[in-house]
Design a binder for this molecule. Structure first.
Ligand code: ADP
Length: 237
């Protein structure tokens, strides 16, 4: 059977240095996500979730270790190459920053599509239909309700039919009903073969996940994050 792994992180480390202060935000995180799988990453504030997501998306560079997307290394490359790989393979859904405020929802989608030139484009109209926003393509982000904004952000993240969808607290500010709608859309994406990874505090989001990866102090905790690989013994300094 073909290897269905689409996202692999191996021994990711991330140091931040601010003056004398050094923070180890990631301390050797390894994980993989397969096609069709929804994985939730949970952990207390400061445990490294956002740093991990940024490294997986190629928005940030790990200090050590590597990230592979569909077998291709995305880490340790110039920013322009990471951006190209990201546009072609990864949809990133951020809580508040997915839409440019001065452009209509439809134009936001088309802009994301231009960044991935060559990728077969789904029309903005079809995408908006898929997230229950048919007819809202001309609206500016500020004209949308919270739930509509969340779904519009999702349409932008899905603009290039990504192999991987990475979402940072996608339901953080939503009411229960809207949260369920967004989670159903994410789950639907996984059912169509996308690999979905959600960083979340939400119990509802954890419930829709096939697998949960716990992060604590920059390390994975609990069940192995790579189910078919033996966990390496914890090495402490
Ligand atoms: P979480 O998303 O789980 O709240 P983060 O990934 O934001 O955790 O942060 C992990 C650790 O890295 C925290 O101690 C945080 O203070 C630190 N950190 C995150 N970003 C930076 C940065 N740009 N500069 C310095 N320290 C940072």
């Amino acid at each position: 059977m073909a290897d269905e792994t689409v996202l692999t992180a191996r021994e990711l480390y991330r140091f931040y240095r601010a003056g004398e202060e050094e923070t180890l935000a990631l301390r050797g995180v390894s994980l993989r996500v397969r096609r069709g799988e929804t994985v939730a990453v949970v952990g207390p504030s400061g445990s490294g979730k956002s740093t991990l997501l940024a490294c997986l998306a190629g928005l940030d560079e790990p200090s050590g270790g590597e990230v592979r997307v569909g077998g291709v290394r995305i880490s340790h490359r110039p920013e322009t190459e990471r951006a190209r790989l990201r546009a072609r393979h990864i949809g990133v859904l951020l809580q508040t920053r997915n839409l440019l405020p001065h452009m209509s929802v439809g134009d936001n989608i088309r802009l994301a599509q231009r960044a991935a030139a060559g990728r077969p484009a789904v029309s903005a109209k079809k995408l908006l239909g898929q997230v229950d926003l048919a007819g809202r393509g001309h609206a500016l982000p500020r004209q949308l309700s919270g739930g509509e904004l969340a779904r519009a952000g999702l349409a932008v993240a899905l603009a290039n039919s990504p192999d991987i969808l990475l979402a940072d607290e996608p339901t953080g500010e939503l009411d229960g009903e809207t949260e369920q709608a967004v989670l159903a859309l994410l789950h639907d994406r996984a059912a169509r073969g996308c690999a979905v990874l959600i960083v979340t505090h939400s119990a509802a989001a954890v419930r829709v996940a096939d697998r949960v990866i716990g992060l604590e102090d920059g390390r994975t905790v609990g069940a192995p994050a790579e189910p078919d690989r033996q966990e390496a013994p914890d090495v402490t300094a």
